[in-house]
Design a protein around this ligand. Structure first.
Ligand code: SF4
Ligand code: SF4
Length: 401
């Protein structure tokens, strides 16, 4: 890497510097110790020209142009590992990395894969480029009715925000259908928005498209305002994060729960429905946006431990130190780009850890994960026989059998 010259600093980079540093987060960033703990813990720090610690050092020196020309920021999967370990409690992920992505995106330095997902989100309301008319097509596979807002025109207890991958991805739709069965078994009074639901926008925001995030949030707010409900539930930690922490900043405020919280509240109703299908050894992968970002560690484990015969074992990296699956912060849309740069998949690192614990099942709680880990299992020696399932699927399986 060429050393920078101190004169490289066009106007827009100065504006970036000012906008980043002249606010509360900026004041915080100025306290950086240059200890490089953030860069060390970063799963892709070794292939970044500018891991977070170095980025701060160069910005302090007013040398910004090369940083903006580098595609380092697109290696960031917004996993919050750096934020978790920073001794100065600097919000590295939500402030520094996300702002840097916004700036690099404005400068037009965007990988094509990401550009497509952002364009699809704008045009179709989801990053997969699917028609909104097909958003609730999964309900046709069920032999019972799933209540939609269009049909149920009365106040309900719960609005289930289904999410993009849970609505459209063939593997993840199996989890979605299992959740519908669970809600039916628990006699929950709920609706889904169907075609009126749009992407929650959180991953687009973390990939630097704050404007698009706001547009999507407003569309969802409009759909919410047409319904009467007590609370929102979702199976998607990214949607959960958006609804809980980001939408309120836009004045869109509703009580929201991830399914793990919602089901734990109903554990005494669930337990009698669960049968003992024999011994099974299970490990749980903490999704970044449920664990590190929103501090939900116990509820998924409580649900798993309620399954008769289930032995829960932890992987070496668990809870706050959990490894990322590589799907966050736009990672779902940058797999090709990251493979080219790093020749490594984070999901494979994680699957190697799961294999080291000699488990039968890797349990999940995020719709980004089943396809990523099922692919990884095929590539890792010793992981070929590990079954990859969402906690919802594990619960419904022992209910059905
Ligand atoms: S961990 Fe925190 S203090 Fe250390 S280099 Fe990174 S941002 Fe600076
Ligand atoms: S959020 Fe994760 S991927 Fe991004 S810089 Fe921090 S540790 Fe690295």
């Amino acid at each position: 890497m060429a050393m920078p010259s101190a004169t490289q600093s066009p106007l827009f980079t100065k504006e970036f510097y000012t906008s980043l540093f002249e606010n509360i987060d900026g004041e915080n960033i100025k306290t950086c110790l240059q200890c490089a703990t953030c860069s060390g813990v970063c799963p892709f720090g070794h292939v970044m020209d500018f891991p977070p610690g170095r980025m701060i050092a160069w910005m302090r020196a007013g040398i910004l142009e090369e940083m903006l020309e580098s595609d380092s920021v697109w290696m960031c999967v917004s996993c919050y590992a750096c934020t978790e370990v920073c001794p100065k409690e600097i919000p590295v992920t939500p402030s520094l990395m996300t702002r840097a992505k916004e700036e690099v995106l404005l400068a037009g330095n965007v990988p094509t894969e990401l550009q497509s997902a952002l364009e699809f989100s704008q045009r179709y309301g989801n990053p997969l480029g699917e028609s909104s008319r097909k958003r609730a097509a999964w309900i046709e596979d069920l032999d019972f009715e799933v209540p939609t807002a269009r049909k149920v025109r009365r106040p309900v207890d719960v609005l289930w925000f289904v999410g993009d991958y849970a609505s459209y991805h063939p593997r993840v739709k199996e989890v979605t259908k299992a959740f519908a069965k669970l809600l039916k078994a628990l006699e929950i009074d709920y609706i889904i928005l169907g075609g009126a639901e749009n992407s929650d926008g959180d991953s687009q925001r973390l990939a630097g498209e704050k404007g698009l995030f706001e547009v999507l949030a407003e569309k969802n707010a409009k759909a919410f305002s047409r319904c009467e409900f007590g609370e929102i539930i979702t199976t998607d930690p990214h949607a959960y994060n958006a609804l809980k922490n980001e939408y309120p900043q836009l004045g869109i405020e509703y009580p929201v729960k991830h399914y793990a919280e919602f089901l734990v509240e109903r554990l005494e109703e669930i337990k009698p429905l669960l049968k003992d299908n024999g011994k099974v050894r299970v490990t749980y992968h903490d999704p970044c946006y449920l664990g590190r970002v929103n501090d939900i560690y116990d509820e998924p484990r409580t649900l798993l431990e309620a399954i008769p015969g289930l032995e829960l074992v932890e992987m070496p990296h668990n809870k706050t130190t959990s490894l990322c699956c590589g799907g966050g912060g736009g990672g779902m849309w940058l797999d090709g780009f990251r493979w080219e740069k790093a020749e490594a998949r984070l999901s494979e690192w994680r699957m190697r850890e799961a294999a080291s614990t000699a488990v039968d099942v890797l349990a999940l709680a995020c719709p980004y994960e089943p396809p990523r880990f099922e692919d990884a299992a095929k590539a890792i020696k010793g992981a070929e026989d590990i079954v990859v399932k969402d906690i919802i699927e594990l619960l419904v399986e022992v209910m059905e059998e």
